[in-house]
Design a protein. Structure first.
Length: 579
């Protein structure tokens, strides 16, 4: 076969595979173009997951009629002024998005530059470019994408459910709306308005997108190191979600999903929030353009930092410092040990007072204060019928330390154990007679974005089977009427927000059984005892007794242990005493 140059339409189709991975990527490119055009107002409409139709309208600078055809030509851009790719001040610079979209779908681009009195339109469908036509239209640009991937059927096959694609589109718009709070943003999904926000400051935008209550609980953060600044808002350790979809990072105003920044966030919270939980964060990093390469990936959402270690430590350090402030302290669990007074004090308690906090930070990696004197513990008289023994102390506010009749040291992960017990109880209830639900004295409203409301109401039947009774409460809220009785004093609002996250991640393709299962596990993890809650000795003993009568409770649903045992010979081996 002879080597030949590919036709431009084929080249664009190949590029489309990288640039427009899924509908959300097309939404991102179009909104970025609107922002680059200096729009003050942007309206986005999504239909059927963005596969049927995406429309992005802006009141930006517009495209002159004579340039419309260039706009949809590959590698044609009005933005790149620094051809060395260092000083990139715009979100776009590759001149690839419009031609890629036009190669994979039917793109209708209509624009009227500021100060002109007529608009013009060009249509490109599956790479075939039509003629430029004069039309009537408002100042600014509208891009309509229809039937995405009809011209690239290979890609169309790999799309997820409409609900999952819709939710990905909404996440992208939310991220961009957060990055550009000074721009009015509206999002409609299948004819329902998700949000319609005026130009705002960052804090008001966060309140609009994360919910007022959560936004109020968040901690303002500011840090500078040399020529890099970090600012934004993070949640205290007491405010976490079931997924990381409420973490938004902006680097030089560009919304990114950079692995380094996500990892830094995870590390910063690792010791203070339970496994599987995620903090909320909206963080803006400003860094000199020469210390940054944004040309790593065609979708421009990953970056390369010239000094990744410095960025990582700035982010981790700043978050940890701000979590240790009095504002965060009220909520964040500090490092404490429950003194076992009946035994004469095995460990000294570290008081959770603000003064002690500084001390606790020093001790953070160790996890507990070393006692000035260690007393000897005499084993309790043997109580053979209690194989998990009697509780001695609580470590990290997370693990229950007990000693069994034969001297074996027992460690229980209180959160995992309690979650498993609750899950087994909910399951047994469901099989026997349906989950027992507990009506709330007064129904509680929860503010949510409209797409979350839609998903929750679609699942209301399944949720009712699990004891969680909700109903619609206007376009941006649901009302909680009852929660599963087994969840005791769980916070109903946090519970519903987590269920919304779980539904957003699942999409609608998931079968009913799998879905009920996932929701049940999610509910179970809301039982009152979380990692980080201080337990009394009686509560610890009750937990151990409940576990003994529920053999399945000794592993979590994923097969990880909830109990560890160290026998005398284990200890001797570890201390090198064993012969
Ligand atoms: P890039 O954004 O990388 O330049 P695109 O293919 O996304 O590449 O867009 C090509 C060009 O079309 C842009 O450089 C810009 O001049 C013009 N353009 C696209 N969308 C808009 C818009 N909404 N408003 C004004 N100009 C636009
Ligand atoms: Mg662009």
């Amino acid at each position: 076969m002879a080597i030949r140059l590919l036709a431009p339409a084929t080249i664009n189709r190949i590029a489309a595979g990288e640039v427009i991975e899924r509908p959300a990527a097309a939404v991102k490119e179009l909104v970025e173009n609107a922002l680059d055009a200096g729009a003050r107002r942007i309206a986005v409409g999504i239909e059927r997951g963005g596969i049927a139709r995406i429309e992005v309208k802006d009141d930006g600078c517009g495209i002159p009629e004579a340039e419309l055809e260039l706009a949809i030509t590959r590698h044609a851009t009005s933005k790149l002024t620094d051809e060395a790719l260092v000083r990139i001040a715009t979100l776009g610079f590759r001149g690839e998005a419009l031609p890629s979209i036009g190669a994979a779908a039917r793109l209708t681009l209509t624009s009227r530059p500021r100060g002109q009195d007529s608009a013009a339109r060009i249509i490109v469908a599956g790479g075939a470019v039509g003629a430029v036509m004069p039309v009537a239209g408002p100042a600014g640009t509208s891009a309509i994408v229809e039937d995405l991937f009809y011209a690239t059927p290979a890609r169309r096959k790999f799309l997820r459910s409409v609900a999952a694609e819709s939710s990905a589109c909404a996440d992208v718009v939310r991220h961009l709306a957060l990055a550009a709070a000074e721009v009015a943003f509206r999002l409609d999904i299948d004819g329902t308005t998700s949000f319609d926000l005026p130009a705002q400051d960052r804090q008001a935008r966060i309140a609009a997108l994360y919910g007022r209550g959560d936004a109020q609980a968040m901690i303002a953060l500011d840090a500078v190191r040399e020529d890099v600044t970090l600012s934004g808002f993070i949640s205290p350790a007491s405010l976490t979600r079931a997924s990381a979809r409420h973490q938004h990072m902006m680097v030089n105003a560009r919304p990114v999903r950079d692995p380094l920044l996500r990892m830094a966030l995870r590390v910063a919270y690792r010791e203070i929030i339970p496994a599987g939980r995620h903090p909320l964060a909206a963080l803006w990093l400003e860094i000199p353009p020469e210390s940054l390469d944004v040309n790593v990936h065609p979708a421009k959402s990953e970056l390369r930092f010239a000094a990744p270690e410095a960025i990582r430590s700035l982010v981790i350090g700043a978050i940890q410092r701000h979590l240790a402030t009095p504002a965060a302290l009220g909520a964040a669990p500090s490092l404490r040990l429950e003194p076992a007074r009946h035994r004469g004090g095995f460990f000294y308690p570290v008081a959770p007072s603000p003064q002690a906090r500084g001390f606790a930070e020093a001790e953070a990696t160790l996890g507990f204060a070393l006692p000035p004197t260690l007393r000897r513990i005499e084993p309790e008289p043997a109580v053979a019928e209690f194989p998990l023994g009697s509780p001695i102390a609580q470590v990290f506010d997370t693990y229950v330390l007990a000693q069994a009749a034969d001297g074996t040291l027992v460690l229980v992960d209180q959160h995992a154990a309690h979650e498993r017990l609750t899950e087994l109880r909910l399951r047994a209830e469901r099989e026997a007679h349906g989950v027992v639900s507990q009506g709330l004295l007064s129904p509680i409203p929860v503010d949510l974005v409209a797409d979350d409301v839609g998903r929750l109401l679609d699942a209301a039947g399944s949720l009712a089977q699990l004891g969680l009774v909700i109903e619609g409460f206007g376009p941006g809220a649901v009302l909680i009427r009852a929660i599963p009785a087994a969840l005791g004093d769980a916070d109903p609002v946090a519970l519903v927000r987590d269920i919304a996250d779980t539904l957003a991640e699942q999409g609608s393709a998931v079968g009913l059984t799998t879905r009920l299962d996932a929701l049940l596990i999610r509910l179970a993890c809301h039982r009152s005892i979380r990692a980080g809650r201080r337990l009394g000795l009686d509560e610890m003993a009750a937990l151990l007794r409940a576990m003994e009568t529920t053999p399945l409770a000794q592993t979590c649903p994923h097969g990880r242990p909830t109990v560890l045992k160290l026998t005398r010979s284990d200890l001797e081996r570890m201390f090198g005493r064993a012969g």
